[in-house]
Ligand binder design. Structure first.
Ligand code: GDP
Ligand code: MN
Length: 383
């Protein structure tokens, strides 16, 4: 779950990281009122979950009331990379001489968190990482000990940060690491960390992504989630509602299974037989008829899906239950929207195979056959 800039700034500021004075606004009048209160110049910044808002026209610096009104009119309601802007952060503009980058994330390769500092802030850090990886200094942290002060100083020094501000930057980095650790962050980032002519250091942007599986113990952050807002798409919102583990992919073979490993195997097999998976969908253990119907609803409502393969291995989940669920779900249609192939194994698989209505689905005995059939169906639709 990604926090909005204004939310991340609140979290950072509460932890002692300097941030500019700011106010959230949802209308043009509110924007102007906030700008008047803060005093010009101010930055008007779109609050949507995308990076690179600056380049995309979602951030405007304004000098007076008239410009504040124009900026609000332009930005509020605009479409920014597929998101409609409903609120702006009105913020005291920072008169900066330098823009730094500081961030903390998990380095999966090393199996340890890593703190990063660069003097090439203010631009897309992924691009910097590609072009000139040495421009980003890195320091791995042992989470058992936390970030030692010397580690913070070292990475700031390695990045070539000016001496006059090195201590302040190091202290901000340690706070950022502490937040990342305490608040179950997946990524914490300040880009840019602005440096003023008087050697003041201030967080002009803030990114904080929280590990969603830890939200149960981060009630304060969980409260910041706004209804349905963090779903990438309508489909992911639906998956959330149904309680499925779901990831949308780019192919056209819809995949439903019970158990993550089983679904992964099905994905691999679809790929192996020359098809392309449209999704990962794990209905979980003990899936009853209504869950099966919901799973079918998921793949049927995905425009990318041309065929569906069901891979069920009965354990707690009983084959006859699943078969009933598939029948019930499909009987609701006058015409089945996309061909469905089913493979049942494990508990009650024989009962299940008997129950399945072969007017509605194709039944295959082996996973290999089921996957190949689904890939063929998808190819027929494509052709
Ligand atoms: P992002 O593009 O979504 O990452 O948004 P940022 O908050 O990082 O802003 C992008 C850029 O806008 C910054 O790197 C600055 O160059 C500029 N900017 C943002 N806020 C201010 C500000 O308060 N003062 C000035 N002068 N520029 C700003
Ligand atoms: Mn930024």
């Amino acid at each position: 779950m990604r926090l909005h800039e204004y939310q991340a700034k609140q979290v950072f500021s509460d932890a002692g990281i300097p941030t500019p004075a700011s106010e959230l606004a949802g209308t043009v009048d509110e924007t102007v009122a906030a700008a008047e209160e803060i005093g010009y110049p101010v930055a008007v910044k779109a609050q949507v979950h995308v990076g690179g808002r600056g380049k995309a026209g979602g951030i405007k610096l304004v000098e007076d009331k008239e410009e504040a009104r124009e900026a609000a009119e332009d930005i509020l309601g605009m479409d920014l990379k597929g998101y409609t802007v409903e609120r702006v952060l009105v913020e005291e503009a920072v008169d900066f001489v330098n823009e730094l980058y500081v961030g903390v994330t998990m380095d999966r390769g090393e199996g340890e968190p890593v703190a990063m500092v660069s003097t090439r802030g203010g631009v897309n850090i992924e691009e910097v990482a590609e072009e000139d990886p040495d421009a980003i200094a890195r320091e791995h942290i042992d989470p058992a000990f936390g970030m030692h002060p010397y580690q913070a100083r070292k990475v700031v020094y390695d990045a070539g940060v000016d001496r006059a501000i090195a201590n302040d930057v190091a202290s901000i980095l340690r706070t950022l690491y502490q937040l990342w650790d305490d608040r179950d962050g997946s990524d914490a980032e300040i880009n840019p960390l602005m440096v003023t002519g008087d050697d003041e250091v201030i967080a002009a942007d803030a990114v904080f992504n929280v590990d969603e599986d830890a939200l149960f113990r981060q009630p304060e952050l969980a409260e910041m989630e706004e209804e349905g807002e963090f779903a990438e798409s309508e489909l992911e919102r639906k998956a959330d509602e149904y309680g499925f583990d779901y990831v949308r992919l780019s192919g056209n073979v819809g995949i439903i299974g019970n158990g993550a490993g089983l679904v992964m195997t099905t994905l691999d097999l679809v790929d192996h037989y020359g098809g392309s998976p449209a999704n990962f969908l794990d209905v979980g253990g003990g899936a009853k008829a209504d869950r099966i119907a919901n799973a079918l609803d998921m793949v049927f409502s995905d425009d990318n899906v041309d065929s569906v393969v069901f891979n069920i291995f009965g354990g707690i989940t009983r084959g006859d239950e699943v078969a009933k669920g598939i029948n019930q779900a499909l009987e609701q249609f006058d015409e089945i929207p996309k061909p469905v192939v089913v493979r049942l194994a494990g508990t009650n698989w024989e009962e299940g195979m008997e129950i399945l209505n072969e007017d509605l689905v194709t039944v295959e005995k082996t996973l290999e056959d089921a996957v190949q059939r689904a890939v063929e169906y998808a190819e027929e639709v494509e052709a």
